[in-house]
Design a protein around this ligand. Structure first.
Ligand code: DX5
Ligand code: ZN
Length: 221
């Protein structure tokens, strides 16, 4: 089912981390739908970002849902903690979780929306038997690890394919990496429900105007 309007999820990695509290407040005012936090461990991906204490400390400054994208090797160890600090959506990588069905089930049991993330180089066939255990699929449109990378256009075809296979279900498609005003229409048309936007949003000072531009471009081209 295609969501009514595309959801815009700012990727906080591209925000000014020296004043994260002000950033989350500004984004809520600017009309963001959900805040995306990239959690990297320097093991599953070649970069380290931030973790639980950071999320916990900004949680009280906004009512927007928190979406944590775990790019970590041992996600199972930390699911309870992400629920405790107030995450509402939690995605784990299919490449990093050997017992993915169990992991997704646990995320739901903890009261969060469960997402399965997939790298550009991984075949989508591995998702077939687990879709009913998740609320959204995070299609990576860059290789995870860094903000500001170039969008991989071949990922549009996989969104179309997934969309076809998901028809009649409520599973949503999130896309992450290299999304900008210039390409968001193609992304929406392929079937993406939730767009994660980092540098394509934070490169502009006025978040409200930029979010409006992204929405308009997504829906009207
Ligand atoms: C990449 C992250 C993305 C990234 C998005 O590993 O998952 O969320 O920060 O940033 P942009 O939009 O700049 O590609
Ligand atoms: Zn991400």
């Amino acid at each position: 089912m295609k969501s009514k309007n595309i959801l815009i999820a700012p990727s906080m990695l591209a925000s000014d981390l020296s004043c994260l509290k002000d950033e989350v407040i500004a984004l809520e005012k600017a009309g963001a739908d959900v805040l995306h936090f990239d959690i990297m461990d320097g093991h599953f991906v070649p970069n380290i970002t931030f973790g639980l204490p950071v999320l916990e400390s900004v949680r009280k400054h906004t009512r927007l849902p928190f979406d944590a994208h775990l790019m970590i090797s041992e996600a199972d160890k930390y699911l309870e903690e992400f629920a405790r600090v107030g995450c509402n959506w939690l995605s784990v990588h299919v490449e990093a979780c050997p017992h993915i069905q169990r992991t997704l089930t646990r995320i739901r049991e903890l009261g969060m929306k469960a997402g399965v993330a997939i790298n550009p180089g991984t075949s989508i066939f591995c998702l077939e038997s687990i879709v009913k255990h998740c609320d959204f699929i995070l299609v990576m449109s860059v290789n995870p690890g860094f903000g500001g990378q170039k969008f991989i256009p071949e990922m549009l075809a996989r969104v179309q394919e997934l969309k076809k296979n998901l028809s009649g279900t409520d599973v949503q498609i999130q896309m992450d990496g290299g999304i900008k005003v210039e390409n968001i229409n193609q992304i929406r048309s392929a079937g993406v429900d939730i767009a994660v936007v980092g540098t394509g949003l934070f490169s502009q000072k006025d978040y409200s105007t930029q979010i409006k531009k992204l929405r308009l471009a997504a829906e009207k081209g």
